[in-house]
Structure formats: structure tokens, C-alpha cells
Design a protein around this ligand. Sequence first.
Ligand code: DOR
Length: 448
Amino acid sequence: MTEIFDLVVRGGTVVTPGGLAVADIGVNDGRIVRFAASNTLQAGEVFDAQGLHVLPGVIDTQVHFREPGGEHKEDLASGAAAAAMGGVVGVFEMPNTNPSTDSVEALQDKLSRASGRMWVDHAFYVGATDRNLDQLNVLELEKGCSGVKIFMGSSTGGLLLEDDANLIKALKNGHRRVAVHAEDEPRLRERKKLAEEAAHPRAHPLWRDVDTALTATRRLISAARQTGRKVHVLHVTTAEEMQFLATQKDLATVETTPNHLTLFAPDCYERLGTRAQMNPPVREAHHQAAIWQAINDGVVDILGSDHAPHTLQEKAGTYPATPSGMPGVQTLVPVMLTHVNAGKLSLGRFVDLVCAGPQRAFGLVGKGRIALGYDADFTIVDMQADWEISDDWIMSKCSWTPYHGFKASARPIATIIRGQQVMRDNQLLGQPGGKPIRFQDTLGTMEH
Ligand code: DOR
């Protein structure tokens, strides 16, 4: 008797752990259960993927969805809609909300706000503060928590751990990988006048200079070594840090962003003004070249978008009073696949950075690869689609993108999460059904 699967993704070029294969994928109960030759499996629902590439579901491990407290810029529902539209199946959301996500109650509040409203699977970071250092070992084990996030330099919101004593206390108290924004707060304070004098965002990489980033990254690695704690250095932006981090791979995983691989100074500040303002800054072309080198040398583990929307009204203020951050969760896949088509990295390396990399660094359960038994999460893309990204495609509340006018050569066609089609041909489908992401370190906190 012919077996009928819940869903078959038929005849796509599948990015498997072993390379590209044209195949059918059989899905039952939200999991991948069969691979077979193209056009051989039967199902209640068939997704015809012929001519398309089927990638493991893309995970964006750094987004700011601003809920609670910043809902005029974004919220969990709008941010997740943008993610699904951009081919992203899961997000790790940042704790610099208002109030900050720094307690059990705040984490539980986020999970309950997410339920029935988020289109994609999700996990939430808990922010370290000088008031919760003795609870971090408990907080990091909460259901749906992606671990602890530390801001060594201040950015949007009030979360900050600026001195080594507190940094070491935080790293001592727990086991999971800690994600860190590494900019040196004392140096930021000292140099802020440079930004004020210039009153133009072209001074952003001057204020928040290479030494601001490198000093913090060195302090972080020294603290990680003293405490034996593994860390994840978020949005690394300088040639100098990449050179240093290449020698610290036993402890540190490394993230960079599509913005730092695509935009460069001073061009981005002249073209986009404060829209291009983010922390740590987009820097000159030689840093960008070094980040590409680090991608291709394997130093970078993960690409995160650092999706951090602010409204155009807020961006219209006078620098440096303007907020830092750009939306990015929806543009990550098309921008990076355009780089793939341009020969800047292979498709396999892209999948390594946004699927296998998050799985490896954070111990995701059931995500990050197309393999039997894994969640049926797929980012289905057309690698031959010439189109222009524009503000009116953007689902984020802020309604703008730094990539307005960007000529893309690939696009997300469908987002499938645990066997459910969530986005197809630029339409969200069904109801938001995102669930908390599961982690190897906290499997005990989750129902199965
Ligand atoms: O540019 C940034 N914006 N960098 C951050 O670290 C925070 C983010 C935000 O929340 O706006």
C-alpha cells in the first residue's frame, strides 16, 4: 500500500548535510521522516519545489522585537511576521526591552505574549544586570530561554554590565553559552564628545572605534578564560577582533551581520544617514573585507541580523541623540543569497552560518539540518529571481529597510515550520503557531 505523508516537499534541490540532492522529503507530525527520489512520494499536501532550493529553516539568533515597551517600533507579532516573510523559521529575541527581560517573571511573560501571536519558533535571552547576577544560573534554564545576554557597552535600553568584577561574576554563575555585546563602556563615555562635535553619523565609527570593540572583546575573553565559560561574541565588526578571535575558538563563537558584510563607511552614512547607525558601527571597507575573510576562513560561526527597528521619526533626530539599529530579519536571506550568487560565499557556507552554526553553538534540538527525525523546517528559495528590495515589502512596523533599492538575485518563496506552510509567495498562511525552541541544555523544562 502506498504510504501517504502529511506533507511532501517534492523535487526541490535539497541542501542536505552531505551536499545538494534533488529529492522528495516526506513529513509526518511535523518531522522529517523520509527522503526519496524525486516525484516518488505521495501526500495529503504536496509542495512542488521543482526548480527551487530547499534549505534547512534559517534561524536568526539576534533580533529585537521590542515587546514590552517599544511596541510603536515593533512587537512580537509584527517582528515574527517579518521573519516568516523573509524565510526565517526561528528567532532568539533580545532582552533590552522596557522593562528589561531579566527575571523569571519577565521570561514567562514573553513566552505567554508569544503564544498564538508569533509566526515563527522563538527563544528569549535573559539580560544580566548587577541585580540578578546570583540568579543567572537559574534564569538561563527557564523554558524557551536561549541563555544570558550581557551588554558590556550601553546601546538601546538600560542593560549594562560595564566592569570586569561583575562580568566575571556573571560568567561564573551558570553553564550555557553567554552572548555578549562587546563594546567598552568607559571608552564610549570618554569619546562621546567626538560624536557630539561632528553631529553626523559618519562619526559613529570614530566614536565607537576599533579600540572600543577590541578592548571589550579582549576583556571578555580574559574573563571567559578565568571562569572557563563559553561565550558568543555578537556582531563582530573589526579586522582586529577577527584576527584575535581566530586564536580563541576553543571558548568563543563569533557572530557577524549581513549589514557589516554589505554596507560600508563612509558610503552608508552619506547615503542613509542615521538609518545606517547601529552598534557596533558599520565600518570602512577594509574591515568589511576582513569580515568576509573571517567568513571564508571559518572564524565566523553565525550570521545574525541584529534586527533592531526604530521609526523614521526617531531616526530623523540629530545624531548622536538618534537611536542605533536597523531592521534586518526580513532581508537576511535575500541579501545573503545575493552574495552567494555573486560568489562571495557558497550556499553550503550560508546554511552553515544560519542553520548548523546556531545548532552547534547553542545546542538546538531538532533544528539546523535537513535530516530524518529533525523538525520539518524549510526555507525554500528561488536562487534565480531578480528583484528589488523595497520599503513596501517590509512587514516590520517601522516600514523601512536600509536595503531599499537593493538588487537581489534570489528570494524566499516559502517558510515551512514543523511541516506547516507559514509563508508562501509573499503571503502569510494560517494562524501564528510559533513555539518555544528546545535546547539540549534545558530539555527537562519542555513538554514533548
Ligand atoms: O544598534 C543596535 N541596536 N545595537 C544594539 O546592540 C541594540 C540595538 C537596539 O536594541 O536598538
